[in-house]
Write a protein of this length. Sequence first.
Length: 267
Amino acid sequence: YRKVILIEGAPGSGKTTLAWHICHEWGSGKLFQEFDVVVLVSLRDPCTQSAQSLFDLLPVMNASQLCDVVTELHSKYGNGILWVLDGWDELPSPLQQSSLFHQLLCPSKISHFFQQSAVIVTSRPISSADLHPLVSSRIELIGFTDAQIKEYLLENLEYDHQAMETLQHHLAQNPEVESSCYLPMNAAIVVHLFLALGCSLPNSLHKTFCLIVFNCIFRYLKNRVCHEGELPSLTTIEESSVIIHHFPPDIQEHFRKICKLAYIGIK
């Protein structure tokens, strides 16, 4: 019986984190010990998307060792191998229909090598309908419960109950932001900004996401492009109505082009 398990969930619900957790727990001897090999494949990676053979998917650096591993796996017809394919929704449509990854999932087209291997694949629901006839089980990630949100926030505040009360007060004043915290990624963004802004929060969900994007870009500029002296604090930015003006002049035009491209893509 060949097992193919589909894990579905909204963006930010924890699909990638779960995929990594599965591999970590297997490597620690705590999960899925019936498998001899577990291979995590990030389908959003351009190098992965260009893979033409099994050689391109295995994380083995030495060419001789790689050949030995592939030969051994072939001899088992995939038995004892678990493939964890993360991000089916980020795989270009042509590759979803015909590729090495499609061979892993589609019983009618798999090579003899994949016949006895097991597969876990993650995807957003909007892109996974075609997979439903191919899988043996489906799991949906629905995010945090109210109790889990509180537990997660408190843990990230290092169990500072006074800070937790302040955070809950800010969230109660902004139901839009509060209601988004059922997604683990959003909860992580909220607690990160709360700490970065000195126990405060933006007054809208739009400003919350703007600030986290700005923070990621500025962290990159600080670490890689050495713009350190030109970067304002998040508090200064949070009080501004036009965030792009805080970018260094040589970055502003590039950022405008990226925003325009994203906007055209959404339309």
